[in-house]
Unconditional design. Structure first.
Lengths: 318, 350
């Protein structure tokens, strides 16, 4: 609750939340809000923005604004699905890995290594080729590849907390593993998972767009952001500005998610930092993956993720 | 020899032995972490092959249904399944496939019966040459921008680099690619918007066709490198050894290039290592964008036809390429990092 109040106190976070709220609204109501039928073809093709068609029409004369609004739903649903799969696979295993013993730890770390190494798009193509070309298959595949991010952050937090005095004290006094988990660990894991989820949602949106751009998962007349970008590519000579509309919408949404992630991190750690670069820097998505609110013990060098803003390692003089 | 020329030192054998070491001992010390790295890599490779094979095993499509069509008799289907070894139980089939893959045989396409490795061999140079060019461009652009920004932290160049890098990081790579096509190919007409000529056919034409895709691939990675390098350089320039060197009268440039830059190499290598899947995965998008006859087009075409052996082959080969790349980067990190080497020796001594 405290975190939420802190979050709303940051002005940029309010703006990001407002943008995301509008996107969510369009995703839910898209079809009803659209001024035209997204599949209906009008006689004027490739027209510039005008009073009738606010963002112009595409190569067969469909209204671009309506298609953008209708396309929001599939793009957002796909990304949500991927993040949900990632959460379900990553978080429980991340918590469990702390108590799994050395062999279990080693195996789970190697599995995450493998999943992190597979490139999203090639893996998604392979899944489409073997398990069938549908949005759900593709998104489950993306979710599986997203899970290592959740696994690592959950594990890092749980590992750091397990050696704190209060957790050890609770264990000594006979608290069950489940009790400690719920009372001491979960509240610290949650903001970290929220940050990771906001980041993952942003990148999942990009992956959905990329896959639609490649023609995977979605059958063409159905509008999506990536599919529209791909269609615009054939008509750059006539409409060089056309990719701008889906592109800007995509960047705005992903940027807002990154800003949100950064602000949750700030709100949860209870420190308001002033950084140079401001909004842009937040929107760029810091790859700072260090857990929030945990005394970091360097127990496990393999869980340490190289971070963007990391201090150069100090070499201790021998 | 060292003990002979310096007799007093021999009184402290431990100190002398660490002095004498040189490159050979460093390599020996790095052996342990390198061995662990190889073990990890082998495990990851094995797991990747299991995942790849698992996808094929879970697949419902089989050659008989996709190639022969509705009119096939049961006998035809059985012959075809036998021909592709699909009547074997799963575990022997996996080892069959794995040993074949280790020998460079990835099976044959269900449709064209062309060996998968031949198709991949044809498509791979396109991606590899462009990915390498992209990596070189990314390192050049990223190092240049990072050093320029750190040279005068807080100055105009620094702020410009920070803003551009942040902006680029929000843009998905294919949007950057489209932007580059619009600006450089459609508006300025400097470069062709798509197509490809192989490197060994005509290097100049190859460069003309591949510079735009490589640039599109490299920009995001270059931004990451620049951001990382700038942060580590600015932080290191405030450290005692850098200030000390400056007080002794070395010029700022000499401190930067002679002392500080070396320490920034390791974190930058980590960024490059993490960028490898990005570049290989991004190559898929750029292939589609610039219409290149690469491995992703092969995978896409086969995926839409349900040609499972080709799809599995492309996935395995890309995974292996990323793995080899990250192995090289990690090995370089171990070899370059004195702390890792020392940790190795201490661990061995205790």
């Amino acid at each position: 609750m405290n975190t939420l109040r802190n979050l709303l106190r940051i002005p940029v976070a309010r703006v990001a939340l407002a943008i995301l709220f509008v996107v969510a609204l369009v995703a839910v109501l898209g079809g009803q809000l659209a001024p035209f039928d997204p599949l209906k073809q009008y006689p004027q093709t490739l027209s510039a923005p005008s009073g009738d068609h606010w963002l112009g029409t595409d190569y067969v004369g469909r209204d671009v604004l309506s298609r953008l609004m209708a396309g929001t739903r599939l793009s957002v649903i796909g990304a949500l699905e991927a993040v949900a799969v990632g959460l379900v696979l990553g978080v429980p295993t991340g918590l469990a890995s702390v108590w799994m013993g050395r062999l279990g730890e080693w195996v789970s770390l190697r599995v995450t290594d493998t999943l992190m190494m597979l490139p999203f798009t090639v893996f998604a193509i392979a899944v489409a080729g073997t398990l069938g070309n549908g949005l759900h298959q593709a998104m489950i595949a993306v979710g599986v590849l997203t899970s290592p991010g959740f696994f690592r952050i959950t594990r890092a937090v749980a590992l750091g907390l397990r050696t704190t005095h209060y957790v050890e004290a609770a264990e000594l006094m006979g608290a069950s593993r489940w009790w400690t988990l719920r009372h001491h660990i979960w509240s610290k894991v949650l903001p970290n998972v929220a940050v990771a989820a906001a980041h993952a949602m942003g990148s999942a949106l990009l992956v959905v767009a990329s896959l639609a751009f490649l023609g995977l998962g979605i059958i063409p007349p159905t509008p999506t952001w990536g599919g529209m970008l791909s269609a615009d590519l054939g008509f750059l000579e006539q409409q060089p500005w056309a990719p701008l509309f889906p592109g800007v919408l995509l960047v705005l949404t992903v940027g807002s998610l990154n800003i949100l992630a950064d602000c949750i991190r700030e709100a949860a750690s209870g420190e308001a930092r002033r950084r140079r670069g401001g909004v842009l820097r937040r929107a760029a998505g810091r790859r700072d993956l260090s857990p929030i609110g945990v005394p970091l013990v360097p127990v496990d060098p393999e869980a340490a993720v190289p971070t963007d803003e990391e201090e150069p390692r100090r070499v201790v003089a021998a | 020899m060292a003990t002979a020329t310096l007799p007093p030192r021999s009184a402290v054998p431990a100190a002398a032995s660490t002095r004498r070491g040189g490159a050979a001992q460093h390599l020996m010390a790095a052996g342990r972490p390198l061995g662990r790295l190889l073990l990890t890599t082998a495990t990851v490779l094995f797991l990747a092959s299991v995942i790849t094979f698992g996808l094929g095993a879970l697949s419902k499509s089989n050659p008989a249904a996709t190639v022969l069509g509705e009119t096939a008799t049961d006998k035809d289907i059985a012959t075809m399944n036998h021909q592709f070894g699909l009547d074997e139980p799963l575990v022997p089939r996996y080892f069959h496939w794995l040993t074949g893959a280790l020998h460079g045989d990835l099976g044959t396409s269900w449709f064209t019966t062309v060996p998968v490795s031949d198709s991949i061999k044809q498509a791979l140079p396109v991606d590899l040459s462009i990915a390498l060019l992209a990596l070189v461009l990314a390192i050049l652009l990223g190092t240049g921008a990072g050093v320029a920004a750190a040279l005068r932290a807080g100055g105009f160049v620094d702020r410009a680099v920070t803003v551009v890098c942040s902006l680029v990081a929000t843009l998905p790579p294919f949007v950057i690619g489209i932007g580059l096509i619009v600006i450089l190919a459609v508006k300025a007409r400097l470069l062709p918007a798509g197509g490809y000529v192989a490197l060994d056919v005509d290097p100049v034409q190859w460069l003309r066709f591949s510079i735009l895709p490589a640039l599109a691939l490299s920009i995001e990675v270059a931004a990451n490198i620049a951001r990382q390098l700038r942060t580590s350089l600015v932080a290191s320039l405030r450290e005692n050894y850098a200030i000390g060197a400056e007080m002794r009268g070395f010029s700022r440039r000499r401190v930067l290039f002679g002392h500080v830059l070396r320490n920034a190499v390791s974190p930058t290598l980590a960024v490059i290592g993490m960028a490898l899947p990005l570049i290989i995965g991004g190559a898929v998008m750029t292939e589609k964008l610039f219409n290149l006859p690469g491995i992703a087009q092969l995978a896409l075409q086969s995926a839409t036809r349900g040609d499972v052996p080709v799809v599995l082959g492309t996935l395995l080969v890309t995974a292996v390429i990323v793995l080899i790349g990250s192995l090289v980067v990690n090995a370089l990190q171990v070899l370059l990092n004195p702390a890792a080497r020392r940790a190795g020796t201490l661990g061995g001594a205790r």
